[in-house]
Design a protein around this ligand. Structure first.
Ligand SMILES: [Zn+2]
Length: 312
């Protein structure tokens, strides 16, 4: 578990031991903050028949599932009958899925433990789905728990949020976060990723927009004006550009399966990345640097790099 999730686990463990866990919980945070991991842990804890307590120091405890009992084994193999996961593969969660959830809670439990349901990306619920869920939240059946996760809690109906215990999952920022990932040895490129755009919603939106524009620019010379505006005007833009390029390189080397329109080869990407890095260094080390000029020059250099190697 990521260290920033431990406090939340402790808090929830205390609630469970005191039988004060509410019927509905919402784990909210920026993308990949760990809300899904927490939900998974909590559901397993609620179902396990042989819980144990893990001492995490300073008289703090975290309850852990055993992983061995019948219900744990069923849950871990995704065949536990008293749990229902709603994970949409489309961009919306429709009313049918939520009706299924309501019906699921109306039936008696097969095994006699708690019944649990998970709605991942609850923000993807349509209005009618959200209204259907609202009814289930208002009339809880006994020993049943609904866990919602979201990375866009601003898109959730306030009435849904107000019926849940809302838990904000906040990863550390900057250096602390890097230390965290290095400790876990996640991957070699991580030192360029996961900064403010991971912890700030506005920045995340701006970053994704910028990323799409850069990809457009690199593959089809479109969006030059938009890229330039961001490069020249946004504090983080040069670092973002490096990050986008690292992502593209990573996709090409098969580290991550993701669709990208990039038609550039590895050498080109590497060359563009080096240009971006050099420009970023200039920006950071020179006292008087004209950001607008630097941005324009960088785009011209990138354009030149693409065209030149394309002619070979
Ligand atoms: Zn167990």
């Amino acid at each position: 578990m990521n260290t920033w999730l431990l406090n939340i686990q402790q808090q929830l463990s205390r609630q469970i031991l005191a039988s004060k866990l509410p019927h509905a919980l919402l784990f909210a945070g920026v993308p990949n903050a760990g809300q899904e991991k927490l939900a998974d842990w909590l559901i397993n804890v609620l179902l396990c028949q042989a819980l144990h307590q893990e001492n995490v120091g300073h008289e703090q405890l975290i309850i852990q599932p055993c992983g061995q009992c019948k219900t744990c084994k069923l849950f871990l193999s995704s065949s536990y009958p008293d749990h229902l996961s709603i994970i949409s593969d489309k961009s919306t969660i429709g009313v049918d899925a939520i009706r299924k959830l309501s019906q699921f809670f109306e039936k008696t439990a097969h095994i006699g433990q708690a019944k649990t349901a998970l709605v991942n990306h609850a923000d993807q619920m349509t209005i009618s789905a959200a209204n259907a869920l609202l009814k289930t939240l208002e009339e809880p059946t006994s020993n049943s728990f609904i866990i919602l996760t979201t990375d866009r809690s601003d898109l959730l109906l306030p009435t849904i949020i107000s019926r849940c215990q809302r838990i904000e999952v906040r990863p550390p920022v900057g250096e602390k976060l890097l230390a965290e990932f290095n400790k876990q040895g996640d991957d070699a490129f991580v030192n360029l990723t996961h900064l403010n755009e991971l912890t700030d919603e506005g920045a995340a939106v701006a970053y994704n927009e910028f990323r799409a524009q850069v990809v457009q620019y690199l593959s089809a010379y479109q969006c030059r004006a938009e890229v330039l505006v961001t490069l020249a005007g946004h504090t983080d833009s040069f670092r973002w550009l490096e990050k986008v390029l690292v992502d593209l390189m990573r996709e090409q080397s098969g580290w991550k399966i993701a669709a990208s329109d990039s038609t550039l080869n590895k050498q080109q990407l590497w060359q563009i990345y080096s240009l971006a890095q050099a420009a970023n260094t200039k920006l950071k080390t020179l006292v008087q640097v004209n950001r607008q000029f630097l941005s324009e020059k960088l785009l011209a250099d990138i354009c030149f790099a693409i065209q030149n190697s394309g002619q070979k």
